[in-house]
Write a protein that binds this ligand. Structure first.
Ligand code: SF4
Length: 99
């Protein structure tokens, strides 16, 4: 039988711990995911000195100095979440443009 543990308000729970995220998953905006974050995906060099795109978190790389594993785009956002901006229209991705 598991002992009841104290949950401290404002302290993330272990459930939000996903390897490769910059912070606990689920601590960002509730309706947002890594796939729409500007830190999701970046270019890195392979050991053969070729550039390729990895779908890891660039903020994780900035904070730890290491490349993290690729993340699923529907991973719940963390506190470092920043809306990805559509370069063509300057609008957040997913937002309707024009009309
Ligand atoms: S929400 Fe953004 S900063 Fe946070 S783990 Fe996902 S991609 Fe990285």
């Amino acid at each position: 039988m598991a002992l009841p543990l104290t949950q401290i308000e404002g302290v993330p729970q272990r459930d939000g711990l996903i390897c490769g995220t910059a912070y606990f998953s689920g601590t960002g905006p509730s309706d947002r995911h890594c796939g729409s974050c500007k830190h999701y995906g970046y270019y890195r060099l392979s050991r053969f000195n070729k550039s390729y795109r990895t779908m890891g978190c660039h903020m994780f790389k900035k904070l730890t100095g290491k490349h993290g594993p690729r993340l699923k785009k529907w991973t719940a956002s963390c506190k470092y979440y920043e809306e990805k901006v559509n370069a063509k229209h300057g609008a957040p991705e997913g937002a309707s443009v024009g009309g």
